[in-house]
Design a protein around this ligand. Structure first.
Ligand code: SF4
Length: 511
């Protein structure tokens, strides 16, 4: 819809309520029609815009938006035109049955990518705010070898928490020695994704290239100009139910299913990943001092490792050690050191902590650990494919909740539990993170992120214990919880999705 059409719509309506507008409906009969409500709700969810965010854009309360979705009220004609513009659909789209069925029947993903797309070695503190911008900058630099200046405009979450996450620093370092101006645009709301940036290249004052990049989570990015080779789906299905069916039919454990799909080369890759995880723990345990960023947060991994209580029980010791390992990785991440995404940088401490503790305590071989990583990877992949692993898309439930589910599945595999128990452990782990918000203080991946990794590591261990006792009485599948996680994430207000505008992030430090 162009501006003229929009203006026409404004003149047409002049603030009258949509229900009164005879061009669209015959008085109150239309108000009773739920077609608009269903289509509107589906479009809003698909766009990822929350009710509150939409309300802010239209200058109405989120309660009003909620009423439109439930069919209790209808927007003014002016707002219908605005909604059509926001969702990039014709106005008629709201009333056509064809569209509604298209949205309701939105196809589920058919397959999943390799675990080599999930576990990545890179520098923290954020897969979406540092790893993906670094990769995008490298690509843009290679596409423009003659550029003598770059400009990068950060929007949405990248603008709001970019300084705390070091997005500007990593972009400048990657584009160096060519100079780069970074603009933080926090006012633009009409974005294709919460993590959007524009990259512009100049030569002798003239613009020679411009692309729009979105950082889609877990270190991956897309852009609107250069065709990047799309990694193939190596898994033919994307639900735990179907994977379990295949495993049962062929008497496979999850790691064997992974090997079948990925080929035996996956073990070399996972071996490198495990080396990276162990290295980040060991570096973190040896590190001391204050984390960068200005919050004055002390590194505590070494303290946790060394401060043994005189009468410490075995359970307390286990908690202390697991937390020490989780702190070690998370503190390295906060220092922008090299870690492994599992599934993201912010949540990179959970899975290594759980597996490292078990290897130390029970002498599991590296191969047994790699098999556990494969099982946890399947769960992470399912969440990434069917929901999100991005804090800016779905809140911290998508990062720490996913990491906890991966750790629980890995541990259950390590313990040799059956498929039902592996699924149940992962389901418990993610279920009790539903709704968890992302609210990092000052946009730094420190408070609450570091402790949150430790708590999730302990929770993963508990989830496995609970699953092994209660599996026969479970009612909810992992696939269903992943679906609910996505729905919940879409409904979480923007302030709680890596914008550092809500929750703990609103506290002045020290309060
Ligand atoms: S609060 Fe959670 S999602 Fe947000 S930055 Fe911290 S770890 Fe990542």
């Amino acid at each position: 819809m162009n501006e003229n059409e929009f203006a026409k719509g404004k003149a047409f309506a002049k603030g009258e309520t949509f229900a009164k507008d005879t061009a669209f409906a015959k008085d109150t009969a239309f108000a009773k029609d739920t077609a608009f409500a269903k289509t509107f709700a589906a479009l809003r969810r698909r766009s990822g815009i929350t009710q509150r965010e939409l309300g802010e854009r239209l200058g109405v309360s989120n309660r009003a938006v909620s009423k439109w979705e439930t069919g209790l009220a209808l927007p003014s004609t002016e707002n219908v035109y605005k909604l059509a513009k926001i969702f990039n659909v014709p106005v008629d789209y709201f009333f056509g049955s064809e569209l509604q069925s298209e949205i309701r029947d939105e196809p589920s993903p058919t397959g999943m990518k390799s675990l080599t797309e999930l576990y990545l070695v890179g520098r923290g503190p954020s897969s979406s705010h540092t790893i993906a911008p670094e990769r995008a900058s490298r690509m843009f630099r290679e596409k423009n070898p003659t550029a003598d200046r770059f400009k990068v405009i950060l929007y949405g979450s990248l603008a709001k928490t970019g300084i705390g996450h070091g997005t500007d620093r990593v972009i400048k370092a990657t584009l160096a020695p060519v100079s780069c101006d970074i603009i933080f645009n926090t006012t633009e709301l009409d974005l294709p994704h919460p993590n959007t940036m524009d990259m512009i290249a100049f030569r002798q004052g003239a613009q020679i290239d411009r692309i729009r990049v979105v950082s889609t989570g877990g270190g991956r990015f897309e852009n609107d100009k250069y065709l990047l080779p799309e990694p193939p789906d190596v898994y033919p299905v994307s639900s735990f139910e179907k994977i379990a069916k295949e495993c049962r039919a062929n008497n496979l454990r999850l790691w064997q299913y992974v090997e079948r799909a990925e080929g035996s080369g996956i073990w070399d890759y996972l071996s490198e990943i495990w080396r990276g995880m162990k290295a980040s723990i060991e570096r973190g345990l040896a590190d001391e001092g204050i984390l960068p960023g200005g919050l004055g947060v002390q590194k505590k991994a070494k303290q946790l490792l060394c401060r043994e209580h005189i009468d410490e029980s075995a359970e307390t010791r286990e908690n202390r050690m697991v937390c020490a390992y989780a702190f070690a990785v998370s503190e390295q991440n906060a220092c922008a050191e090299t870690i492994v995404t599992a599934p993201t940088c912010g949540s990179s401490g959970v899975l290594p902590a759980v597996l490292y503790y078990q290897q130390k305590k029970r002498d599991y071989t590296d191969m047994e650990i790699l098999r556990a990583l494969a099982a946890g990877g399947v769960v992470g992949n399912l969440i990434k494919t069917n929901a999100s692993i991005s804090g800016s898309e779905c809140g911290c439930q998508a990062e720490i909740g996913s990491a906890c589910a991966m750790a629980a599945a890995s541990l259950a595999e390590l313990f040799g539990l059956d498929l039902d128990k592996i699924e149940y452990a992962a389901e418990i782990a993610i279920e009790h993170h539903l709704g968890l918000t992302c609210d990092p203080i000052c946009g730094l991946v420190q408070i609450p992120c570091i402790e949150r990794n430790a708590v999730a590591a302990m929770r993963a261990i508990n989830a496995v214990s609970l699953a092994s006792f209660l599996v026969d009485s479970r009612k909810i599948s992992l696939d269903k919880v992943i679906h609910v996680m996505k729905e919940t994430g879409l409904d979480i207000s923007r302030q709680y999705k890596e914008t550092a505008e809500g929750g703990l992030a609103k506290l002045k430090f020290g309060q």
